[in-house]
Design a binder for this molecule. Structure first.
Ligand SMILES: NC(=O)c1ccc[n+]([C@@H]2O[C@H](COP(=O)([O-])OP(=O)(O)OC[C@H]3O[C@@H](n4cnc5c(N)ncnc54)[C@H](OP(=O)(O)O)[C@@H]3O)[C@@H](O)[C@H]2O)c1
Length: 337
């Protein structure tokens, strides 16, 4: 059976610094026919993630790089068009690594069924998806916050950060967010219930941190790295935990990553710093989804998505993550449900 034409965006070159238009290639090919065990999916919403920048680089990471000429990797949600896998039927909704394209045929084992009655589809790419899982396990398993402790999170108005701060509040902690600009700072305090927000672009982070965290920082959930991490290191409480989740300030560097010069604060404060990768917790995702869905239902946790439209806008839309133009989880709508 033939289904028509598929449009795809492929990696054309490995970027130096911020990705530029010539790093991408727009291609057309026939929509694939699913083989035995496969499912043909129409892509509806794609997750745009800071990690995509890392996947474009050559070299060893927690996941292989996207090859030159390959369709750009992206998580997404879509609708089943045709299925040759017993667990899926046409019109089911699914979540998986769909790629930056309009249609994809994937083995059923690589897809998870989702229930669109539970939440808008984009929420499955945010609080009920990978960023939500990152916030939940990064904070609770690695950060191990105790009631009354101060949790500081950077990238606080973004997908992972906003959820970290809200879970910290649910667990009885004081939540302090670091974000860029007055609007994001107002949002995390007034809408999300953070105790305090610090605009790092105001240029007095150390002073503002000291004021917002009079007992020091017990847990720092780091999404940005660089100078912000280095400054938070100067404000640690005894036995503080730093969750190394990401370092977006460093992803487009053309010079070596800037490491923290204040790391001896870990020694002085008997503190620790630990990296985490969300995929390691895959077998526990159902537990996190249950908890987060429950908190959303009880009105304790909010999910904000920033939706841009059209497959062709992908190269420009991705850059919003690095300029801070996204306000909430950045989602690319490829087609209407
Ligand atoms: N370890 C894992 O398994 C895992 C999983 C998912 C995500 N992550 C990481 O988590 C972090 C957040 O991801 P997300 O999806 O939630 O993105 P996001 O926070 O929704 O979007 C990125 C935000 O980063 C901020 N930013 C950009 N450049 C910055 C800079 N130079 N300094 C400080 N802040 C900067 C911007 O916010 P402002 O306007 O506030 O500057 C921007 O809106 C990323 O580092 C990502 O790689 C890790």
């Amino acid at each position: 059976m033939t289904y028509g034409t598929n449009h795809q965006i492929r990696l054309a070159a490995r970027p130096v610094g911020l990705p530029k238009p010539s790093d991408w290639q727009f291609t057309e090919s026939p929509i694939p026919d699913p083989k035995d065990g496969e499912v043909l999916v129409k892509v509806l919403d794609l997750s745009l993630d800071p990690a995509m920048r890392g996947w474009m680089n050559e070299g060893k990471s927690y996941i292989p790089p996207v090859g030159i000429g390959e369709v750009m990797r992206a998580g997404g949600v879509g609708r089943v068009v045709a299925s040759k896998h017993p667990n899926f039927a046409a019109r089911d909704h699914v979540n998986g690594a769909l790629g930056v394209q309009e249609y994809v045929a994937l083995p059923g084992a690589q897809l998870t069924k989702i229930d669109p009655a539970m939440a808008p589809l984009a929420v499955f790419l945010n609080t009920l998806g990978m960023p939500g899982m990152t916030a939940y396990f990064g904070l609770l398993d690695v950060g191990q916050p105790k009631p009354g402790e101060t949790v500081v999170v950077s990238g606080a108005a973004g997908a992972v950060g906003a959820t970290v701060g809200q879970i910290a509040k649910i667990k009885g902690c004081r939540a302090v967010g670091i974000a860029g600009g007055a609007a994001k700072c107002r949002y995390i305090v007034e809408e999300l219930g953070f105790d305090a927000a610090i605009d790092y672009k105001a240029g007095k982070l150390k002073q503002d941190l000291r004021q917002a965290c009079p007992e020091g920082v017990h847990v720092y959930f780091d999404n940005v790295g660089g100078e912000i991490l280095d400054t938070v290191l100067t404000q640690l409480a005894r036995r503080a935990r730093i969750v190394v989740c990401g370092a977006i300030s460093q992803y487009n560097n053309t010079t070596p990553v800037k490491g923290p010069s204040n790391y001896l604060s870990l020694l002085v404060n008997r503190a620790r710093m630990e990296g985490m990768v969300v995929f390691d917790y895959a077998d526990r995702f159902p537990q996190a989804v249950r908890d987060i869905a429950g908190w959303i239902k009880e009105g304790k946790l909010k999910s904000r998505e920033d939706i841009v439209e059209g497959l062709a806008t992908f190269p420009d839309a991705l850059l919003k993550l690095f300029s801070g133009e996204n306000f909430g989880k950045l989602v690319l709508k490829v087609a209407d449900a």
